[in-house]
Write a protein that binds this ligand. Structure first.
Ligand code: NAD
Length: 387
């Protein structure tokens, strides 16, 4: 397959590009390197020493013999160049990672909120519009998030894979309709992902674009078999208060012997997946595209759920570190249940890496090994949801 990876220089995009290339696919990365630029503005760097994109693809060629090409292009701003690129590369599939992906960053200030909407909504729409204009029948696999469902539903009804059967009373009696699960975003970033869903539904119906939307949990872990082959291929590890996930914050705090900072009661339940499983799920999705004219296929790309305080306890016990509770800067339910249906990927052969088996590698091979590269002042979250 010819695969275009939008956002292929990022945390999920780089290991996915390598994995697809290792499977024999022809891969082209498109990225405007905005993630690296945001690091410059935030005065922080990946904990792991990531190489430039030019050095990365050259190292991959040297090690694997396979070529990954790279185009520096902004999919939200450079529409004509994007159409021209689609016409010349003629992808069979497009994997779309190219969005501003941090909820705290999206809530930082009005500039960051507006950038997140302009970049994410425009980028997704440009992709769909450009595929129609260029007459390219490529399958689009998009990285969405579990956050589109929201974490504030009461009760313990399982979260379905995208669609919800709803009973409606009509004069002729009760009928069942299948609708997109109601969206309940918790940040401007999540809001953009809920808007993405509507754009996919419209372009699938109107233009027959084949879309798979992967509602992904928090991705943890750093290395995949391919990124681990050489330090020039190493994946990024974000630990700062804007881009670092709760798990990475705990890992860094444990590496320094600082108490693990839990927001609020720590009763928030979140879904997780290892980066090695993310890349496999994307490959599985690409091998199982929906038919033309079908509604977007939606998979919950999640392998386990954890309450934040239980995650803190797990890492605290493994590293002998205390847990500390602090005020929650987010506007979110203090406690929530999260039961997620994820049978589609498991039935297609996914064998997940779990937190209890994979965390030690992160503690030893990443957090402890590179901790001296970190700026400790950047670990705590500073974005507040309400001023
Ligand atoms: P990332 O920020 O590391 O990577 C995104 C990449 O896209 C970056 O390299 C960035 O430079 C590029 N990009 C952004 N806007 C662009 C544009 N307009 N044109 C071209 N390139 C652009 O993020 P990530 O963690 O790899 O996440 C990838 C996708 O997966 C995102 O859409 C995110 O919402 C989704 N996701 C990630 C997680 C996670 O835990 N990391 C969880 C759920 C969903």
């Amino acid at each position: 397959m010819k695969v275009l990876v939008l956002g292929g220089d990022g945390f999920c995009g780089w290991p996915t590009s390598l994995h697809l290339s290792a499977q024999g696919h022809e891969v082209k990365i498109v990225d405007n390197l905005s993630r690296r630029f945001i690091d410059t503005i935030l005065e922080v760097e990946s904990l792991t020493p990531i190489s430039s994109i030019g050095r990365r693809v050259a190292a991959w060629k040297e090690i694997s013999g396979a070529e990954i090409t790279f185009d520096n292009l902004d999919i939200a701003q450079e529409y004509d160049a994007f159409v021209a690129l689609l016409k010349s590369f003629k992808p069979d599939a497009v994997v779309h990672f190219a969005e501003q992906r941090a909820a705290p960053y999206s809530m930082k200030n009005p500039k960051a909120k507006r950038y997140t909407v302009d970049n994410n909504v425009n980028g997704t729409h440009n992709l769909l519009c450009a595929l129609v204009e260029a007459k390219i029948d490529a399958h689009v696999a998009h990285l969405g998030t579990m956050g589109v469902y929201g974490y504030g539903w009461s009760g313990s009804a399982p979260i379905p894979e995208g669609y919800l059967p709803v009973k409606v009373n009509t004069p002729e009696g009760e009928i069942t309709r299948e609708i997109l699960h109601p969206a309940n975003p918790g940040s401007v970033y999540h809001l953009t992902k809920t808007l993405d869903q509507l754009m996919f539904a419209f372009y699938a119906k109107n233009d027959g674009i084949r879309v798979t939307d992967l509602h992904q949990g928090i991705v943890w872990g750093t290395q995949t078999p391919e990124t681990g082959k050489d330090e020039r291929l190493i994946n990024r590890f974000d630990y700062d208060g804007d881009y670092g996930t709760v798990l990475n914050r705990f890992l860094m705090q444990a590496a320094y012997g600082h108490p693990l900072t839990v927001h609020g009661t720590g009763g928030q339940t979140r879904a997780f997946i290892h980066i090695r499983d993310t890349v496999k799920c994307i490959e599985i999705a690409l091998n199982n595209p929906p038919e033309k004219g079908e509604k977007p296929a939606i998979f919950n790309q999640v392998t386990e759920t954890f309450r934040v305080r239980d995650l803190a306890k797990l890492i605290g016990d493994m590293t002998n570190t205390e847990v500390m509770y602090m005020e929650n800067p987010r506007n979110e339910a203090e406690e929530n249940e999260l039961i997620v249906e994820n049978s589609q990927f498991l039935s297609l052969g996914l064998e997940p890496t779990t937190l209890s088996t994979g965390l030690l590698e992160e503690i030893q091979e990443i957090a402890s090994k590179y901790k001296d590269r970190a700026d400790r002042t950047k670990i705590l979250a500073t974005s507040k949801w309400k001023s």
